[in-house]
Design a protein around this ligand. Structure first.
Ligand SMILES: *[C@@H]1O[C@H](CO)[C@@H](O)[C@H](O)[C@H]1NC(C)=O
Ligand SMILES: *[C@@H]1O[C@H](CO)[C@@H](O)[C@H](O)[C@H]1NC(C)=O
Ligand SMILES: *[C@@H]1O[C@H](CO)[C@@H](O)[C@H](O)[C@H]1NC(C)=O
Length: 450
């Protein structure tokens, strides 16, 4: 009676454990269902998570480019394909052949299955074209210089740079975390003052690596850098030169080898040349050129090189074919040069716009001559001017900047790109339309004070 059978005991235990399991699971399921959404970035209270906008509202953001609307009958002075190679039959065919051979993507970074024969061929061809020991190809123009700078410059190093260098270079400085000193745009006296002051203060000393970063043709102003003087100063103060030749390779020089060829500066004087395949070569990607010793270093420390999928083979092939065309017909460069000069001369005669940029530079910037406007208003007027011109058959692009993020952000401007196919009629139409647009949508002249 009081004695409970040992077997009954075992039965009770089983029941207890089963009950516990059932209750436990029920609690688990219930608590999961009723759990509130917690904001991990907040203080733990249950709130609706509303992400902050990625872009603050008062940053001026470009509208999507008008490229989709551009047809054959529109003059395009917005695109930077200066040599008009994007429509070249032979290049398109070779790219298509490459597409059917390799498919679209390369499926891996260069060091991990992403190297295909065309990459090696392009690097070899570029090295031969530029007369350097070695080049390495990146898959995106922006990340080329943005990775190349931090591959060499580190925390503790010092960099001297022109204040108008474009955004990718500034991002490179951020990643390098070096001390950056900006000198006034193309002002060599200012640079020399800064260098000698830095030497006096022992900021420049033999134990510290120092760099000088400049662009051959500045994307933000169209001006050419005084390379000879830069090289002199760099040698005197023992700086290494990193030169961005994105807008000058395939543009300047007898064979299109860039500013070093144009100004007759030996290529060995420049420690690292960085170029882009996205302008004259009309494809995608960028490259670094220099001695084997310097370029090889990036294959393990250029982050954009190591960790991005390599350039799609068909775009790599397009660059090789573009080199073929350029080497076979260097007279293209003279056509481009003539057009750049003519466009420059015509733009300087505009009534309402001032122009910056070297005569030889294919990139020109147009600013409103009217001074007393805020940047925001200037941007808006220029936007309306470009829209007006687009409706009448000329595609132009506004220079886009991140006003609060960029160093020494340039004044709003229309960025014009000349190309070798512009003729006199086209150029005079461009100028006529610009002044006409200004009269129609530009700032109205103020009423005369009584
Ligand atoms: C936690 O955050 C919520 C929502 O942002 C806020 O209402 C609440 O006052 C905060 N509590 C504390 C203790 O900071
Ligand atoms: C540019 O000029 C050529 C030759 O005069 C002309 O055929 C072409 O239509 C012009 N382009 C535009 C968009 O007017
Ligand atoms: C530009 O055009 C838009 C639309 O027509 C207009 O709302 C805006 O006020 C114009 N901007 C200026 C500065 O006139």
């Amino acid at each position: 009676m009081i004695l409970i059978d040992i077997y009954d005991m075992a039965g009770w235990w089983t029941l207890l454990i089963t009950l516990q399991v059932i209750l436990g699971s029920a609690y688990f399921l219930w608590s999961k269902k009723s759990k509130k959404q917690y904001d991990p970035l907040c203080n733990g209270t249950a709130v609706e998570w509303k992400p902050r906008p990625l872009i603050e509202e008062d940053v001026i953001v470009e509208e999507p480019p008008t490229v989709g609307k551009i047809d054959e009958n529109v003059i395009n002075v917005g695109a930077t394909s200066f040599l008009c190679l994007e429509k070249e039959e032979s290049i398109m065919n070779s790219a298509l052949n490459s597409l059917s051979k390799y498919g679209v993507g390369s499926c891996g970074p260069r060091g991990f299955y992403g190297t295909i024969d065309v990459h090696l061929e392009l690097e070899e061809r570029l090295a031969k074209f530029l007369e350097v020991e070695e080049t390495c190809v990146y898959s995106y123009g922006f990340s080329t210089i943005a990775s190349a700078i931090p591959a060499y410059a580190k925390k503790g190093d010092i960099i001297f740079a022109d204040e108008k260098v474009w955004f990718a270079i500034q991002k490179g400085f951020d990643a390098a975390r070096s001390t950056v000193r900006y000198y006034k745009h193309n002002d060599m006296e200012n640079l020399e003052e800064m260098l000698s002051a830095a030497t006096r203060k022992k900021e420049l000393n033999p134990r510290r690596r120092a760099f000088l970063v400049a662009e051959a043709i500045y994307y933000n102003t169209g001006e050419m850098c005084p390379l000879k003087r830069i090289v002199e100063l760099a040698r005197k103060y023992k700086l290494r030169i990193i030169l961005d030749e994105s807008l000058s390779i395939g543009v300047l020089g007898k064979h299109g080898r860039g500013i070093t060829e144009h100004l007759n500066v030996p290529r060995e004087e420049i420690d690292l040349i960085v170029g882009s395949l996205e302008h004259s070569f009309a494809t995608i990607g960028g490259f670094c050129a220099g001695t084997h010793y310097i370029v090889e270093h990036q294959r393990l420390s250029g982050l954009g090189y190591c960790f991005s999928a390599s350039l799609p083979p068909m775009l790599t092939q397009a660059a090789i074919s573009a080199l073929d065309v350029l080497e076979a017909r260097p007279d293209m460069l003279r056509e481009l040069e003539a057009c750049s000069r003519k466009l420059h001369a015509a733009l300087t005669k505009l009534k309402h716009f001032s122009v910056s940029g070297d005569e030889l530079s294919p990139v020109k910037h147009l600013y409103l001559k009217k001074e007393d406007l805020t940047d925001r208003l200037k941007h808006s007027y220029l936007r309306n001017v470009t829209n007006y011109c687009m409706e009448k058959g000329i595609a132009m692009s506004l220079a886009a900047y991140l006003r609060d993020v960029e160093h020494s952000c340039p004044e709003p401007s229309i960025r014009m790109a000349s190309s070798r196919k512009l003729n006199d009629d086209n150029i005079s139409l461009i100028c006529k339309l610009l002044d006409e647009a200004y009269e129609n949508v530009g700032p109205k002249p103020e009423l005369q004070a009584l």
